[in-house]
Design a protein around this ligand. Sequence first.
Ligand code: ADP
Length: 485
Amino acid sequence: MRKVLFAASECVPFVKTGGLADVVGSLPKVFDKSEFDIRVMLPMYECIKDQYKSQMQTVYYFQMDNIVYVGVMKLELDGITYYFIDNKQYFSGSKPYFDLFTDLERFAYFSKAVLSALPLIGFRPDIIHCHDWQSALIPVYLNTVFQGDPFFQGIRTIMTIHNIRFQGTWNVGHLQYVSRLPHEVFEPTKLVSPFQDTSLPKSDWTASMLRGGLVYSDWITTVSNSYAYEIQTPQFSDGLDDILLCRNQRLKGIVNGLDYQIWNPETDANIAETYNIENFIAKRNANKIALQKELGLNPDPSVFTLGIVSRLTDQKGLDLVDQIMDQLCETRMNLVVLGTGDPHYENMFRHYQSKYPNKIAAIIGYSEELSHRIYAGVDALLVPSAFEPCGLTQLISLRYGTVPIVHEIGGLKDTVQPFNQYDNTGTGFGFKGYHSQELMDRINHAMYLFYNDKATWNGIQKRAMEQDWSWKNSCEVYRQLYLGM
Ligand code: ADP
């Protein structure tokens, strides 16, 4: 029996701000329980729903380094054991993340507490699987501060990059203060870039927690093959291409899967009419009408309806959407937006909604339930991201028979097959150059088929729904990785 511990800052159903939570919430469940014991460790955020908090039990508490309180809570849910690192000073508040300066200390604490707790709770993993910068110091602590303890010898680590843009970067002085890691790790080629100007005082050098995870882990994975290549280039690496190139024999791209229990149009309790590949055409129309009514648009299934479900940030290609919005609104269409994030983009969509109230419905907020109704009710989903490690919204969209229109990059390129009119293949639409007119061209092409060639349009939807983006294939790749370590 192989024992694996996931350490992460988000996990469905406890706390979610993006795709990381979907992955950490679904991947452990797909492994064969007779072969793997996979458990998950998360921060005990105050914002976790009472429904879960009330079921947790305290398994241990202690003072880490004789000064800092660590409580360990436990909850079994759907066959998975979850542990929560409890410290009110660090994890109270209404949300999981605050400003980066504060978060650095909170997640340095979390990473050290994960390791400190293990000998006390009766679980010694063979592998610790770390996700993103918030748990990236685990391999660093393991190979330095904890190295002398026989309990930890032989524990292997994997560092998974869900988004290289976020690294937990600050100056050495502060990171050293919050982590109490030894001086030796704050050197160029370790947590510090080899290109650091070393003539500056050392405490002013820049250090990256994610870099630490990449240097000290046994394996590095990221969430699609294309992204694994892209991040080895300066254009996409956010300054980490040196270490990724250096370690590329230990770097694997493994595309994310989707939780097919949560994302299943046949059983989805959030949508007006459930459907499957046999009856999707009529039923999706009913869902579209229900969605249009819910959002105050004119209920008319014959109108081409686009959707966006996204964090509203620079990454997501919303500058391209901004540039085509007036042009788009001259056509016969609706656009439904669900998102929250950068105030600039929130206001941009509020502006277009007030300018084109009959065409645009912008819901600035976060709603899991509404997101399901959008996937089931719109004809096409826009995902024009500037970069996209994997992307889950296009996978959900394929599953729901919503045609994705994507920038062919990262995971979008690996999961959406662009429509080819010559041999009538493809599961969506893709554009290669990051230009607004290319996006507009693809929308026009989709709209043309929707209005003029329903057989071809429905064929794309059907092929999309026939795809299998569950965890089945990727689980096998992780399985081989775990067994080989
Ligand atoms: P990222 O992790 O970069 O945000 P992904 O495409 O990997 O992007 O995952 C986004 C996930 O978050 C999807 O499950 C999507 O449905 C969900 N999501 C994004 N924004 C919202 C929102 N405003 N309301 C509900 N769900 C959202």
